[in-house]
Design a binder for this molecule. Structure first.
Ligand SMILES: Cc1ncc(COP(=O)(O)O)c(C=O)c1O
Length: 440
């Protein structure tokens, strides 16, 4: 940082400001975490200087002897941690990882992918019409049941009818354990590949606190920067079951990454992923992951006491989805008020939401980052009480029915919230608490 401060003070100051922000608030966006200083130390090293298109021992450019070792280590560590025989570590992030699976297996405009609708907690790359994955490939979307949970019978019926080539399970906003075995049976019944996108819960799976899809899915994708607590990046894993269905599956995935959709891998990112995978195999990481779930369950129970309407009633993992309609507060209003109060979450749609994605009825939050800081159940009780105070404070702030007026209302509301003494008082209390829990 001292070199950066000298040569580019504008950027150095912005990085310092972001670090201060991350220190002072409760980071509760469930897809975020604090990577360790060790994980970050592998990023931005001389490895960023190298081009290494291809794979270990099969590169297009010379000078890759060391990079081959780095990439092979990352691959071996991922194989061991997740119990899979084939791994690609080059996808630059979660979205290209999923796209690579489709490029490997689907004929554009002909074959079908079936994933959970975005409005119900699926990811854009699970075949949503706004995404290339739903525009270049045929897609069909399933939904959750009225209870906010996966309705496996309905998914099976839909799969039988639609005959997708890939079924995607693993989600962006689902607070419950996923029955991968049942998904595997459904995929087998219709002859589909089962893709488990465990981006959100990969750390929990690695630690054994969420069941693994490895025995049931053919392919597993994950980002490396959420509960797994690595740098930004992704893994694409082929299981034993996947290789049995198609012995060429690993090779197809590799070719889908390069030359299919990417060029050279980011080698510093690969090294950092390897470091994170080593960390994720330690007893300390198991303890950390178990605490994520304990914290999430405690927070859910406390929020229930304050009358918050939790989708599916609670949480089995790291994530909580709140339907705010019973509080009379829109998700966009709540998210901003909470940020002023020092609690950083995101607005989110809830199942059967009648509001558009920019003004959804709910919020989504999670415990991975605050658990990294060492927070436990007693802190979760404080968080729930602060959240309740913040939401009570903005209860009368009704989003206009008239769509044209919503933008102006939010602008106005933000200005008022920025000066709201009670929200700022919560932020000061949050800051006192967070000062006792250092970030890595
Ligand atoms: C389930 C799931 N898959 C894939 C992704 C995409 O990851 P990225 O943002 O790294 O492209 C996300 C991101 O939030 C996700 O939640």
């Amino acid at each position: 940082m001292s070199i950066l401060l000298k040569s580019d003070p504008q950027i150095a100051k912005l990085i310092a400001a972001e670090e201060k922000r991350q220190k002072e608030v409760l980071e509760m966006i469930p897809s975020e975490n604090y990577a360790s200083a060790v994980v970050r130390s592998a990023l931005g090293t001389v490895l960023t200087n190298k081009y290494s298109e291809g794979y270990p021992k099969k590169r297009y450019y010379q000078g890759n002897r060391v990079i081959d070792e780095v990439e092979s280590l990352a691959i071996e560590r991922a194989k061991k941690l997740f119990g899979v025989p084939y791994v690609n570590v080059q996808a630059l992030s979660g979205s290209p990882a999923n796209l690579a699976v489709y490029v490997a297996l689907l004929e554009p405009l002909k074959d079908k992918v079936m994933g959970l609708s975005l409005a119900f907690g699926g990811h854009l790359t699970h075949g949503q019409p706004q995404s290339v994955t739903g525009r270049y490939y045929k897609s069909v979307l399933y939904e959750l049941g009225k209870d906010g949970r996966l309705d496996y019978d309905a998914i099976e019926k839909q799969a039988m009818r639609e005959k997708p080539k890939i079924i995607v399970c693993g989600f962006t906003a689902y607070p419950r354990i996923i029955d991968f075995k049942r998904f595997g049976q459904i995929a087998d019944k219709v002859g589909a590949f089962l893709l488990a996108d465990v981006s959100h819960i990969a750390g929990l799976i690695a630690a054994g606190v969420h069941p693994s899809p490895a025995p049931y899915a053919h392919i597993i994708t994950t980002t490396t920067h959420k509960t797994l607590r690595g740098p930004r990046g992704a893994l694409i894993m082929v299981t034993q079951k996947g290789l049995k269905k198609d012995p060429e599956l690993g090779k197809k995935i590799d070719s889908a990454i390069i030359p299919g959709i990417q060029g050279g891998p980011h080698d510093d990112q690969t090294a950092s992923i390897a470091v994170a995978l080593k960390e994720a195999s330690t007893p300390a990481f198991k303890k950390y992951s178990a605490q994520i779930v304990k914290n999430s369950k405690t927070l859910a129970a406390e929020l229930n006491k304050f009358g918050f309407d939790l989708v599916s009633g609670g949480s089995d993992n790291h994530l909580i989805l709140i339907d705010l309609r019973n509080k009379g507060v829109n998700g966009s209003v709540a998210a901003y008020a909470l940020e002023v109060a020092g609690i950083v979450i995101n607005k989110n749609g809830v199942p059967f939401d009648t509001m558009p994605p920019f003004y959804p009825s709910g919020i989504r939050l999670g415990t991975p980052a605050i658990t990294t800081r060492g927070m436990k159940e007693s802190e979760m009780k404080k968080v729930a009480a602060w959240m309740n105070r913040a939401i009570e404070e903005v209860k009368g702030e009704k989003l206009p029915e008239d769509k044209e007026k919503r933008n102006d209302f939010l602008k106005n509301f933000r200005a008022r919230a920025d000066r709201n003494k009670n929200l700022l008082k919560i932020a000061a209390e949050v800051k006192t608490l967070t000062s006792k829990f250092p970030i890595p």
